[in-house]
Design a protein around this ligand. Sequence first.
Ligand code: ATP
Ligand code: MG
Length: 355
Amino acid sequence: MMVRMKETLSKLISKLSQGRILVVGDLVIDEMVYGATHRLSREAPVLILRHQRADIILGAAGNAAHNVARLNAKRTAVVGVSGKDYYCSLLIEALQRDGIDSVGLIQDEDRPTSTKTRISGIANHSVTQQIVRIDRESAAPVSAKVENQLLDTLSKLAPDFDALLLSDYGLGVFTPAVIEHCQKLSQKHEILMAVDSQGDLSAFQGASIITPNQPEAEKNVGFNLDAPADVLKGGQVLLEKTNAQNVLITRGESGMSLFERQPDDKTPKATNIPVFNHSEVFDVTGAGDTVVGTLTLALTAGASLLEAAVLGNLAASIVVKRFGAATTNQQELLAALDSLDESLLQNLGSSPMQV
Ligand SMILES: Nc1ncnc2c1ncn2[C@@H]1O[C@H](COP(=O)(O)OP(=O)(O)OP(=O)(O)O)[C@@H](O)[C@H]1O
Ligand SMILES: [Mg+2]
């Protein structure tokens, strides 16, 4: 049974390259500026760094898209909003560099390109230390004009994709009209709609799957999800509140809990998936984007919900070993699957209520 699960997962990993995913959401640039510690300034009691390099990394919805593209998806495109500024050109360049189609990017001169700039000092024989972070962002909803452009772009692009991945970081893209339009398009073209939102999940009705992390799930249900019985209740409440087909709560070092709606409104099926990597965790930033990206792509490849969640978990076990918002690829997934302790897959389907 379990050997077969490994076999099935391995086949699914090779099929990830068939999926076409349209990522809709709040695109962010993570700008990492590094300088060597040089001397103290004479104009103020501050450290002067000598600039060494700046890395531009896709964050938020961009990171979800980057994860999909790195898994060799047949097509990855984004629909989102940037400013019309210096950082916008860096964003377009980074999307192109990372194999993501940027035709759906709308430029709005009235808002900044969302950017988080981290300035870090490097000292010989010492750790690299982040000194300060500068954020440029606007949480204001997009204007009516930009909203209309988003709706048009979505209508044009959606028919060419197998899934919509909505990645909401609260930076203005998801107005009620945009959400409603995504729902309509997913129904009309019979394509999946996966939702990863930091906000009010009940605003996203009728998704194929929603993937809140534990704090987001707790905020939405109004109680803590520490005890197993509370996790179970939390999953049920989220299914009811959002009318989603499925709910995946990612729970950091406790792994993830999957809730699948059953026909005839029977009690949902709940399955707990433990983390696959406890020992080498370095940086969990963006692991949730990796989960939703991998899971959505796996679903378009024909995976069951459980198989897709397991692959998301496997991908997360790789990226948490890496600094910042990281990605993985098919080869690394296959290698991780190969060396995965089989006992971790053994009881997944058979002990559904053990959350
Ligand atoms: N401390 C950890 N140890 C092992 N695995 C982890 C840890 N934290 C996260 N993971 C893995 O990453 C997955 C997603 O993590 P998490 O629930 O923290 O998502 P998230 O908070 O949405 O992340 P982000 O919003 O930064 O993208 C978990 O389900 C698990 O597989
Ligand atoms: Mg998240």
